[in-house]
Design a protein around this ligand. Structure first.
Ligand code: GSH
Length: 215
């Protein structure tokens, strides 16, 4: 029985899981969840009460796997392919996981905060939270700018988990805070990510939904 990915094509954290699936051509059935539909939301929350996607279901192993990083770890464990997304070497694996956390916590989540605030009604906005998110993102992009002066991918010359995390985080960060002028190395890295066939495919599939992106 094939894997099922509960997802939405516009969702940035779902992009991370999709990149990993496409990198290694893992067969799966995509199940688009419209969280705006109360029935679909309830069905999805029965699976994962936190109600955030992506969630991978592996009926053959009787596993429900939430959290984008854990999905990539799971795929590496049970569906490995030609692209080794987490290195065997423990030190290199730790570095990969650190950068995965870096992109999720200091670029991706601040970006979500800024986008989420745009969806809040007048009177319920959080300018201090948005300001803090922008500062966090600037600090992270400044650190990345130095690293990417000499690297092709996040950890060096090999594409991996951290790049799966980086691609959607930077793609959407660039939409809320254009990065080219202040962070040219990061912008070139984002261009490489967008040209990578796995992410180019994710973006192509998301294209019909981009008009739903706020701002
Ligand atoms: N830590 C989670 C974050 C997942 C997440 O924030 N997903 C967003 C979409 S990008 C979501 O499902 N939001 C729906 C909601 O919060 O109602 C992961 O890495 O998978």
């Amino acid at each position: 029985m094939p894997l099922v990915l509960h997802y939405h094509p516009l969702s940035s954290f779902c992009h991370k899981a999709l990149i990993a699936l496409y990198e290694n051509e893992v067969p799966f059935t995509p199940k688009l969840v419209d969280l705006g539909d109360p029935g679909q939301r309830a069905e999805f929350q029965a699976l994962w009460p936190i109600g955030k996607f992506p969630v991978l279901q592996d009926a053959a192993r009787g596993r429900t796997v939430p959290e984008s990083t854990i999905i990539v770890e799971y795929l590496e464990q049970y569906h490995p392919g030609k692209e080794k997304l987490i290195p065997d070497d423990p030190g290199q694996a730790r570095e990969t996981r650190l950068l995965d956390r870096f992109f999720d916590l200091y670029v991706h989540e601040p970006m979500q905060k800024i986008v989420g605030d745009r969806l809040r009604p007048e009177g319920a906005k959080d300018p201090h939270g948005v300001d803090h998110a922008r500062k966090t993102m600037r600090t992270a992009l400044g650190m990345l700018e130095k690293d990417m002066a000499s690297r092709t991918w996040a950890t060096g010359e090999t594409f991996g988990l951290a790049d799966c995390a980086a691609a959607p985080a930077l793609f959407y960060a660039d939409k809320v805070m254009p990065i080219a002028a202040d962070y040219p190395n990061v912008k070139r890295y984002l261009d490489r990510l967008m040209q990578r066939p796995s992410y180019a495919r994710v973006l192509r599939e998301a294209q019909p939904y981009f008009s739903m992106f706020p701002g």
